[in-house]
Structure formats: structure tokens, C-alpha cells
Design a protein around this ligand. Sequence first.
Ligand code: HEM
Length: 511
Amino acid sequence: RQHSMHNGHLETPNWVPPTNHTNTDELTTNAGQRVHSNRFSCTAGPRGPVLLEDFQLIEKVAQFNRERQPERVVHARGMTAKGYFELTHDISHLSCADLFTGVGKRTPVATRLSTVIHEKGSPETMRDVRGFATKFYTQEGNWDLVGNNFPIFFIRDGIQFPDLVHALKPNPKSHLQEGWRILDFLSSHPESTHILTWLLDDNGIPADWRSLEGFGVNTYTLVDAQGKETLVKFHWKPEGGAKFLTDDQTDAHTADLPPPHRHSHATAGLYNSIAAGEAAVWTFHIQTIAIEDQDMFDFDPLDDTKIWPEDQFPLQPVGKMVLDENVNNFHSESESIAFAPGIFVAGINGSNDRLLQSRMHAYADAQRYRIGDNYLLLPINQPKCPYHNNHNEGQLNFMIKDEEVNYWPSNVEHTNEHEAVKTTDLSHKIQGVRTRADIPKTNDFQQPGERYRTLIAPDAKRKERFIGHIVSWMTEPKCNEAIRNKWYSHWSNVDADLGKLVEERVKAATK
Ligand code: HEM
């Protein structure tokens, strides 16, 4: 279970998975019996029935039958690449995290880029949010930063997430994604107008993986060596800038690829370029807000439907990420990689962002089901620093711990297991009356209105594309008057002119 780092890269762990290869090239069964015929089942005579005693046949088919583990409930379609994070600006004055101390320090990473809503084999040209998840294998354990390509989210409370995903996923009857269902649900969530000014704008179809922007989305806390806390947002900026496709560019963009790769153009692009030696590079930035300042703004910094405007909270450079290594096995290193927003290292922590708080539990729960209880023992998920505890046994726990004491504390002399030295942790006072209510400062329309007026409306073609996307969902036959009326009102609250235009266009198309 030793892992080492070389030049900031992961080296293959020494643990050898139980495969069906012996040290010769002969085929064997899983238990090592030589397979002298891999083409013919065992039958009663040349034309007789197949014998049930053919363990080799049954094992081979049974193994095949179980090749699929459930795909992720969201973000099923994606790819992972490996590389390193390099610190370019020391921020130890804000965080005592090992990876943020010492300019030039390299930390190995694995990053998975994904679409969100559709299945594992769905086209990568779909209008959809993209996932941007990075596992940092720091010397003090793993840190997972599990973000998206938009800085904001549809909702600000995790209890609404299952309904949101049901509305965005295909209709349970027809298995077709339908705009009216999305609008129906979101009409009760005016805070979603902001992310719709990204999703239905040109940002809705990113051109490829290497030019994808990334955002931590949630508000996190940095903690320095003295325990001082600072609220933080994380940003990834692609070298070469973010690139997008309009609806009518998608076919041309994939046309040069062999037909089976056209629905995988983003994966093919990043995989093939890394294989050809061309790394993908992002710079990493933070925005910060002092804890004592968090109530001073016209938005709530813990509300994930809001950006922290960059003119008010400038991006501070921190490092860069270089992805220059493809996975060797898609199943073991991409399908089985498991990110969780609750996995932190000392110096980085969560915050009272309630969407983040629900996420901190949802992912590990999903992965225990999706991969199995001991999913963190898989090589791609293991920390690359020493780790030890008395968590014990469970299905597919392949660790062979040569020990008699699997409890703590113990008085047996040869165990020197002890609690780790205390590191910084959140230590602020928590108080409040138990309640279930929205946050007090919702301010749902100001930021989408500003985005519409400054970025979308001044460009006539972009404005037309944006309004066209809204109108196409709103004119679906099942988008009834109640849903439409709510959206006329929401879009008018975002911008009076936008609301009027949408209403006119929808009414003209549906009269
Ligand atoms: C998966 C991002 C909100 C539940 C993912 C992944 C990303 C992501 C990037 C894919 C990780 C991978 O590549 O393996 C986000 C962001 C959110 C958000 C940025 C909002 C800020 C939520 C919420 C919940 C949730 C509120 C539930 C309360 C899940 C689950 C998975 C997932 C269950 C699948 C995990 C797995 O099976 O490995 N999310 N998500 N997400 N997300 Fe979220």
C-alpha cells in the first residue's frame, strides 16, 4: 500500500489487483485453472447440449453480466485525466493547507469533466451544465473540489435537488427531456433565473473539455495556522480561454471525427491530445470575503445562486493545473473515481452554505451504493500519503492488515497507534433558532438582470439566441398558461424589456 510521487505525478500503486493473469501468457479462470479452450463450451458430444458443469463458461458469462456498475445518478457522462497542480502564489496567510504553502510545490491531481443530465453514452454536444471535479492527492490526504462550469446553481437548498434533477432528466413516461417540465419546476424557484442566463445563453454548449471553465460554486472557508477563517470561492480558467458552440455549430464541430466518435468529441479531443503530448492547462484563482464582512452586501455570500462580482472581489491567482496523463483504464480510474465535497484537508473547510452542507453527505452515500462500501480503497481514490484507522472488513475489502489489535486505545506495547496532532479546524460560534425557511436576503433578479443587460442584450445575435431558447421551451404544447404566466413575471423581474419580448414572442407563436 505504498504510493509515491515523482515530479508531482502519481505512480502506480504497488498493490496488484487480483486479475486473471498468471505470470505466463496462458489464459486462466479467476481461480487460476488453465483455460485450454476459450472458444468452445463443454458439450455432451459434438452436437449435444452444453453441460451445466462447465464452470469456466458460467464464470465467464457471469463475470460479463456484472461488468456494469450503476452509472452516476447525475454527471454520468464524463472523462478523467491526471496530472498535477502547481502552486504559483503562496496563500499560507489565508490557509495552512499543505498544497497552498511553498511556491512551486506540485500536488498530483485527477480531474473528471462531465455533462450532467443525460446517460453515460449521451452526446457531448448537449446544452447542459458541465461538471469540473478535481481530486488533489496532497501530502496530508485528499481534497476533492467538486464544481461545475457555471459559478452559480439552480437552487440554494439541497432538499430541492432530487426534484430539480427529476425535472431536468427525461420525462419518466417518454424518456425524452422536455423544456416544459424544467420550466414547470423552476417557475417556483425564481433564483434559477440567474443560471438560466448562462445555460440558455451561448455558454450552454461548451466547445470541448480543454477550454472548459470551472467554479467551485459553493462557498468554502480557508483556515490559517492561527485558526483565522476566510470565506472563499474557487475558479479554474482554461489556458486559451473558454469556448462555446451555438446550436447550429455542433454538427460541423464534430463532422471531421470518425462517426463513432462524433457523440464523444470532447472526450476524443482531450484524450487524443494528451496522448499526443499536448497537456491541458488551467490557472486556479480564489475570491475571498472576510468573515466579519459577510452581511455587508446586497446578496448573501452563502447563496449559490449568486456570483461574487469580480470588480468587487478580484480574482487572486493561486496556481495552475496541468493534465498531461490519460487514465489507463476507464472503468477503474474514471467510472470508479469518487469525489465528495465533504473531503477536505486541514486549512480548507465547508461553510454555512446550505447547498454545500447537503452535498457533503450526498456523494459518499451515492458512492457506497454505486461502487461499494470500500470504494475509497480503490487505487484511484486512495490517499497517496500514509493512512491508517480501525475501519474494518466489509465487502471487497482487500487490505491484508497483519495485526491483532484493530481497536483503539490499546495497552499492547507494539501498537504505537495514536491520535494525530491537532490541526486547525473551524471554531466559530454557532447559534440559531431551529427553522425551515428560505434565507432572508434572496435578491433573485438583480444579478441575472445585470448579466442580461451587460453581456446578452448588447449583442443582437446573442440576445436572439438566448430569447429563442427561452421561447422554444415556453412554446412547447405542454407548457400551460400557469407556467407561462409565472415566467412572464420572472423574466420581467429580471429585465422589463426581456419580459415583454418573451411574452410577445410566446403569445405570437401559440395563438
Ligand atoms: C455528482 C457538482 C449539487 C448530488 C456530481 C459531480 C459534480 C457535481 C461535478 C460529478 C462528480 C464526478 O465527476 O464523479 C455539483 C455542484 C453542485 C451540485 C457544483 C451545486 C453547487 C448537488 C446536490 C446534491 C448532489 C445539492 C445532493 C444533495 C450528487 C450526486 C452525484 C453528484 C449524488 C453522483 C455522485 C457519484 O455517484 O459519484 N455533482 N453538484 N449534487 N452530485 Fe452534485
